[in-house]
Design a protein around this ligand. Structure first.
Ligand code: TYD
Ligand code: ZN
Length: 416
């Protein structure tokens, strides 16, 4: 199947301006979640980051056809301890404000594990996710799911059939959507008068501070500041009423919005973060130039480190065949010559290959020979993984943690 670039971005999807700063270009890179059944010719697409000088949305230049990206999607929400703990926090935070027993709708609901927690707290729930394979899994676990994209049309139909929602939640999906206006019209059609729209997105401040260049891939069309989201919501008759910084996925924010005229007061955290963004000069070209320079330096250092270890006879493997991992390996031009295999707990990925690299993905237990060194491609789970791999570390194994600068983590010593 040929994947199409649906369009090249010309005007800003938040503010409509067309004045872009070119931040960084990684050349052509394959799609991060397009794991291969066997290595072979692959398509690659331009991966370029630009910044809107008017609202400071960070955007990719290319929008890949979502049909091709999401119909049969290999990304399965992690059931790791870190993520389950986080999802419980999301339930707790949202339930501080929403009606007991109110309908909760989630866009990009994946296999339904977040909604199941709302269900257990006594809420009727409905998932909306275009990936038919994942919607079927969610249905089997008892989470009703509409296998479609969330937009005005679908939201209006849901409101007609199920009534209006007290909470519409979108975790790590908003940055994947090109037509944000259609989604926000849908939100307004479906939300009760004082209902809440809560989104969790990677935070652009964290991307810059952590030099998390591997979170830049084709699925992530947008990288948001709070000031940018605030402007988007205002344009669509909504307003941000609260924001929380969260550790998940390398630094995210949970932003809660409500209708412009609703009863909610705006928490002071919103204004504080907007002021912080200004103090960090995130409204200037210079800050993005500095980021690009750090990315180039990190890429060089990391590639050299891995090549040096491999050349010294070390068996290097990847830990977690994450989408970030695909991006990192491709951008650093690392292949099966340096990284022998990647371990991953996701059955849908095992037995396949990391796009663009010829690196095979194996189940953690299937490792016939232990590596000497793991490149931590799921660095967002570093704490949990380093604890779990205590025996590997005790036996003299080590991890390379790639960001914000390459660091080797071993039992006795921490080398930079
Ligand atoms: P994830 O962090 O969800 O992000 P993304 O794909 O968006 O970059 O991916 C983590 C991957 O790592 C996922 O495929 C599951 C895998 N994984 C392991 O193999 N072992 C682990 O202990 C953990 C926490 C994750
Ligand atoms: Zn803009």
């Amino acid at each position: 199947m040929t994947t199409e670039i649906a369009k090249s971005v010309t005007t800003c999807r938040v503010c409509g301006a067309a004045d872009w700063q070119e931040v960084i270009s990684f050349g052509s890179v394959p799609l991060a979640n397009a794991y291969l059944d066997k290595p072979g010719p692959e398509e690659a697409y331009p991966l370029e980051l630009i910044s809107c000088r008017s609202c400071r949305l960070l955007s990719l230049t290319a929008v890949v056809d979502p049909q091709a990206l999401y119909r049969d999607y290999a990304y399965v929400t992690s059931e790791s301890e870190t993520m389950t703990h986080h999802m419980r926090d999301v339930v707790r935070l949202c339930r501080e404000r929403i009606d007991a027993g109110g309908l909760v709708v989630e866009l990009g609901s994946n296999t339904g594990n977040q909604l199941q927690l709302f269900q257990q707290a006594g809420h009727p729930v409905l998932g909306v996710d275009p990936a038919q394979n994942l919607a079927a899994i969610a249905e089997r676990r008892g989470v009703p799911t509409v296998a479609d994209y969330f937009n005005e049309k679908v939201a209006t139909a849901i409101a007609g059939e199920h009534g209006r929602a007290s909470l519409i939640l979108g975790r790590h999906v908003f940055a994947h959507i090109d037509d944000l206006a259609d989604v926000l019209r849908g939100v307004k059609a479906l939300l009760t008068d004082d209902g809440l729209f809560a989104i969790e997105v990677p935070y652009a401040c964290d991307l810059l501070e952590r030099v998390a260049f591997d979170t830049i891939y084709h699925e992530h069309l947008s990288y948001f500041l709070i000031s940018t989201l605030d402007r988007l919501f205002t344009r669509h008759g909504l307003r941000a009423i609260d924001v929380r910084r969260l550790a998940v996925h390398g630094g995210s924010v949970l932003v809660t919005a409500a209708r412009m005229g609703s009863r909610w007061e705006t928490d002071e955290r919103v204004g504080e973060l907007i002021a912080y963004e200004k103090s960090e000069r995130l409204d200037t070209d210079a800050r993005y130039e500095q980021f690009a320079a750090r990315v180039h330096a990190l890429r060089r250092e990391l590639t050299e480190l891995v090549r040096k270890e491999a050349a010294n006879g070390k068996r290097v493997a990847g830990y977690g065949a994450s989408a970030k991992g695909t991006t990192l390996l491709n951008i650093c031009e690392l292949t099966s010559t340096e990284v022998r295999f990647c371990t991953d707990t996701t059955p849908q990925k095992q037995g396949r290959f990391v796009p663009g690299t010829q690196i095979p993905i194996v189940a953690p237990g299937d490792v016939s020979e232990q590596p000497d060194l793991y490149l931590l491609l799921a660095w967002n789970y570093a704490e949990e993984i380093l604890q779990r791999e205590a025996a590997f570390l005790d036996a003299g194994g080590a991890f390379i943690i790639p960001v914000p600068e390459p660091a080797v983590y071993a039992r006795q010593k921490v080398r930079q």
